[in-house]
Design a protein around this ligand. Sequence first.
Ligand code: PEP
Ligand code: MN
Length: 337
Amino acid sequence: MIITLDRKVSSKQKELVIRKIRELGFQPHISSGIQRTVIGVIGENAILAREIFEAMDGVEFITPISQPFKLASRDFHPKNSVVALEDIRIGGKEIVIMAGPCAVEGEKEILEIAEAVKKSGARVLRGGAFKPRSSPYSFQGLGRQGLEYLREAKKKTGLAIVTEAMEPAQLELVAEYADIVQIGARNMQNFNLLQEAGKIRKPVLLKRGMSATIKEFLMASEYIMKEGNYDVILCERGIRTFETATRFTLDLNAVPVIKRLSHLPVIVDPSHATGDRNYVAAMSRAALAAGADGLIIEVHPHPDKAFSDGPQSLNFRQFQEMMKELKHLSSAFKRKI
Ligand code: PEP
Ligand code: MN
């Protein structure tokens, strides 16, 4: 349930409402807008306490939320949420491009990639230091060393860093180096990891599970938000279908569907979705047309030598060409890259 407070509510009245929410064993989640404050009341059967709150001074009205995700829903926060990192705003007018290798492979390599993607207009450098590989015999990432290299790249270029944490024990370390902590598709329903990510003070990039419905995806984001971290960016990265021509099927429906159901920013990963560099530019253009707030793209100087995901990685020239095109396109959508 959502409690909308009166425009003229006093701080004392607001305080009493919050105290009552806690007294009844629920959790208050406060969203203060310019005009009004709304409070999300989270807890089982919170709606049964509706009349208690309706009778309180300073309460204007109560809205039940029928969705299983509440803090992520547009009912709770009608305006688009904007996740802010230093000078970058994700979910605003700018379409934010994140780019880099699948995995951090070495210091020299990541510095070279960072310079190149920055030159083409990327704002965030991606690169896994902890890699969730389907085979236990594949390269698993450089771990802490990889994080150090990412930090160097940030120092040299000013790019923000997005990198993955695979388990709760890695969160603190990853959050120390990352500007955005990624939770990968394979961990979208690792509820323990989600909850712990809700306790860190860094934005979280949550990727859609390859077999997750949009509703499950939004419920996963709710696990993070419920712990107090509202800076969640959702990423559509393709789902499993019967189609085998591409690695996954990019579900671009998810962009407008999520935008309608939720206030959270949505970005698209055409690299993992298609698994094939030949389709990355086309699906990037399509993602912008669908209303995505950003893209995350795999880029490697020599894709044929990449430790992982070479076939879907663009080389520098291909990335640069694609970015040129996307910049033109973004202005047609009254946005900018
Ligand atoms: C990645 O972005 O590095 C990755 C492994 O993607 P996903 O979790 O979507 O498979
Ligand atoms: Mn990858």
